[in-house]
Design a protein. Structure first.
Length: 358
């Protein structure tokens, strides 16, 4: 028992040092506690608008300040008339809690956190105004190579770890349905990303549905992929603005300019993969080689790293499918019409900002 405990602690220490969420849409459980206090603002020069006032944007971001680093690397951080303060959270649900309590103005998540947030008092105080399309890499079900489990069909009667109310929860259920199985055909084990890797290696669970660096850590310890969610998840990652900010014309225009710059910056990254891989390796707890491999797989899957797309019926239908799935899983008490989350008026401001950068 002592040896097992030491091994478990060693794995947890390794994961604690490297575990940063790799995708903005990998949300933490909706049952988590209140959002942590945001990081203190780093000193930065104030840029003045024509009226002499600086618009201050508070951006909630998941895992690490990826957009700040990307905009700086691409030379697109020369904001005109506004500045940006970044608040770092470890889950999209926490970002939306901060948005609802007016701690931040704008954020981005996966498709799942808005569903839970909409159940809160006042409907969560947000609207989805733009959607980022990207390849949902490192979203997998894994099992130890020595387990004899080779496919999702082999999970019947097995103990399967998953992170509740996340993309892992959703894609595991969808994978089971494709094999003619239901949630009741497995022994689901609600667990965290770090504990899931430890439990898999220690034999406490037979398979693990997760994402990001936890998948890398599991594979480094003898796990192999038995199911990949690339063709299950839409790759849609919504951007949310508070209802209060949406009424502020100057702020929404500044946010449109900000997202236009983020899009330009990712197009820069597509032609500078090696440089961007070096920059993001350390903050995400990966090696340069792992970082570059992820970027290459992301680009090859769709022909781009990142695209901001307009809200249309297909986007809304994708979100609705997720909400319906969570209702089937009894995560939601009632069915939800997700179309109420969306505001299509912002996209014209975004297009104008894109044209102004050219």
């Amino acid at each position: 028992m002592e040896k097992k405990s030491k091994k478990s602690n060693k794995i947890k220490m390794m994961l604690a040092a490297s575990m940063a969420l790799l995708l903005t849409g990998c949300a933490a459980s909706a049952s988590e506690s209140k959002p942590p206090e945001p990081e203190k603002k780093e000193s930065q020069s104030k840029l003045q608008s024509k009226s002499g006032e600086t618009i201050h944007l508070r951006y909630g971001i998941t895992g690490w300040k990826v957009y700040e680093a990307l905009l700086k690397a691409s030379g697109l951080d020369d904001f005109k008339g506004y500045d940006v303060e970044y608040f770092v959270f470890q889950g999209g649900n926490l970002c939306l809690e901060a948005l609802a309590s007016d701690q931040i103005d704008v954020t981005g998540t996966s498709e799942i956190p808005p569903i839970a947030a909409s159940m809160a008092q006042g409907g969560g105080n947000f609207k989805i105004v733009l959607v980022n399309s990207s390849s949902p890499q490192n979203q997998e079900v894994v099992a130890l190579k020595t387990s004899g489990i080779k496919s999702i069909a082999d999970l019947k009667g097995k103990r399967v770890g998953y992170i509740k109310n996340t993309t892992a929860h959703y894609f595991l259920n969808e994978m089971l349905k494709k094999e003619g199985l239901s949630w009741n055909d497995i022994k689901p084990v609600e667990i965290t990303t770090a504990d899931g890797v430890t439990a898999l290696i220690g034999g406490e669970i037979d398979a693990f549905a997760s994402y990001g660096n936890s998948i890398n850590a599991a594979k480094a310890n003898g796990a192999v992929t038995i199911g990949n969610a690339v063709n299950i998840l839409s790759g849609n990652f919504p951007f949310e603005i508070s209802n209060t900010v949406l009424k502020d014309e100057k702020k929404t225009e500044a946010i449109a300019d900000y997202y236009a710059r983020v899009q330009e910056a990712y197009e820069w990254a597509e032609t500078h993969l090696e440089e961007w891989a070096k920059i993001q390796a350390e903050p995400t707890g990966t090696t340069y080689e792992e970082s570059l491999d992820l970027l290459k797989r992301t680009y090859e899957d769709r022909g781009y790293l990142y695209r901001s797309i307009e809200i249309d019926n297909k986007v809304i239908a994708s979100e609705q499918n997720v909400a319906d799935s969570f209702y089937e899983l009894n995560v939601l008490d009632k069915k939800i019409d997700v179309s109420s989350f969306y505001d299509k008026s912002f996209y014209k401001k975004y297009e104008k900002a894109r044209n102004n950068l050219k």
